[in-house]
Design a binder for this molecule. Structure first.
Ligand SMILES: Cc1ncc(COP(=O)(O)O)c(C=O)c1O
Length: 449
């Protein structure tokens, strides 16, 4: 019934190849609910349709209803710009139905995923025994790491704590707060006037806490989403070590910077982390659904995450040197989502990834310099990584909103304002190695007075 249709297969390959071969992916403008509902009407029902018609409807009506994150003009949020090589290999992962649950079932894919994880662990500076797994995103990575932190912390407190606490700044990603909510943990807010956690501020916050012993973890951010700033990782690591806190580094966006020599020193101290999250689907050119979660001490994570059931006993033979990615995060069934990254790394080499990251850093620097040299525009903070925040003097929210809408309508760029110390500002986030100076100039010229 669900057999391969060779004609359809070639049509799909052809469509995908045409898309990937475009010199510049067009930005496009998204879609509207009513229009899409009308186009989709009747497509899914008891009876099927001619596959070529459905495919054609998809490519004509559905696929264009996006703002393309792989366009070099997409500078909002943190985009996903996968290498073409890794995208093609993603098709292999699907075609071969490769999951990444257990060594027993999929030893080869797990070994390859672990090779990619090891490359990241080496760049971070984690010891030889470090390891983990790929999860769906930074959010689930943060949740999984904090579950380990919580259980270890509770163990230390003999279970005598209602709601263990996590030290973090207001600039930590929203997923960390969400994870704390899920896990019954509470924040210990560390003030950060310059939006970076510092060791003295962490010490002061711990000193002022009513029950400092209830603080079980500290989350430092290596590349805040809003501004791309890196906390003082070495200083925070030192305090975490002294106080016996779990040290988690959220490098979902910025962690890829460990591969870039020009900014590597900002990450000093990351090698002391108990857990680190880096999303290759953000700044490391892997397709969506790929976040690396690494632990310094994987057995500690395994003790927390392993799901036990009679039907799973076969995959949990602890006498064997086997690695089940399912044991290291809140998941069981999982796609072998690290393989597209692995393939890209193996084909291009890590130097190519380094160069691609460096080119986005250079473009951010170029944008920052252009802003600084433009009367009426003010850089609101020096970029450390690839996010540039700036103000058009005198502008209100509505001005930024209409600027953003105009740029999208004119297909110049997708940029969104954000807020900085309560004020609206423009934000450009560079993760596409093919964003050009000319594109940046075009954007700046639309906001310069
Ligand atoms: C620092 C940071 N942490 C976590 C996340 C959440 O990652 P994801 O969207 O992959 O769940 C993001 C997303 O941008 C982020 O920038």
């Amino acid at each position: 019934m669900f057999t391969v249709d060779r004609k359809l297969a070639w049509l799909i390959f052809d469509r995908c190849l045409s898309y990937l071969s475009q010199e510049e992916i067009p930005l496009q403008t998204g879609g509207d609910r009513q229009g899409l509902d009308a186009k989709l009407a009747g497509l899914v029902g008891p009876a099927g349709h001619d596959p070529e018609q459905v495919l054609s409807a998809f490519f004509t009506d559905i696929a264009p209803a996006v703002i393309a994150c792989d366009s070099p003009r997409f500078l909002a949020f943190v985009s996903c710009v996968a290498s073409k090589t890794s995208i093609l290999f993603d098709m292999v992962v699907s075609s071969l139905s490769l999951h990444g649950i257990s060594w027993l079932e999929v030893a080869g894919p797990v070994a390859a995923e672990n090779q990619a994880l090891r490359a990241l662990a080496d760049a971070v500076g984690l010891p030889a025994g470090a390891g983990g797994c790929f999860v769906s995103g930074g959010s689930s990575g943060n949740l999984s790491a904090l579950l380990v932190a919580r259980d270890i912390g509770l163990g230390r407190l003999g279970g005598q704590c209602e709601r263990p606490k996590v030290a973090l700044t207001a600039d930590a990603h929203a997923s960390v707060s969400k994870a704390m909510h899920v896990l019954g943990m509470e924040p210990l807010l560390v003030p950060a006037d310059d939006h970076r956690m510092s060791a003295p501020a962490l010490m002061a916050a711990l000193g002022a806490a009513t029950r400092p012993d209830e603080v079980v973890a500290v989350v430092a951010t290596a590349g805040t989403t809003n501004a791309g700033l890196v906390d003082d990782l070495a200083g925070v690591a030192e305090i975490a070590r002294q106080r016996g806190l779990w040290f988690h580094v959220d490098g979902a966006y910025g962690g890829a910077g460990v591969l870039a020599p020009t900014v590597r020193r900002l990450f000093d101290g990351i090698e002391q982390a108990d857990s680190v999250v880096i999303d290759p689907h953000k700044w490391l050119f892997a397709p969506f659904d790929c976040a690396a979660l690494l632990y310094r001490d994987p057995p500690a994570a395994k003790a927390v995450h392993t799901q036990r059931a009679a039907y799973l006993d076969a995959i949990h033979d602890d006498s064997k040197d086997e690695w089940n990615p399912s044991d290291y995060a809140y998941h069981l069934t999982r796609r072998a989502r690290g393989l597209p990254l692995w393939f890209g790394l193996a084909v291009h080499g890590t130097d190519a990834y380094r160069d691609a990251i460096e080119s986005t850093l250079a473009m951010a620097r170029y944008a920052a310099d252009s802003v600084s040299g433009c009367e009426g525009l003010t850089l609101v903070c020096e970029p450390q990584l690839s996010v540039v925040l700036f103000r058009r003097d005198g502008w209100q929210w509505c001005d930024y909103d209409s600027w953003s809408a105009r740029l999208l309508a004119d297909q110049i760029a997708f940029v969104l304002p954000t807020s900085w110390d309560g004020e609206p500002v423009a934000r450009l986030c560079f993760v596409h190695p093919e964003t050009t100076k000319q594109m940046v100039d075009e954007i700046i010229s639309t906001i310069a007075p």
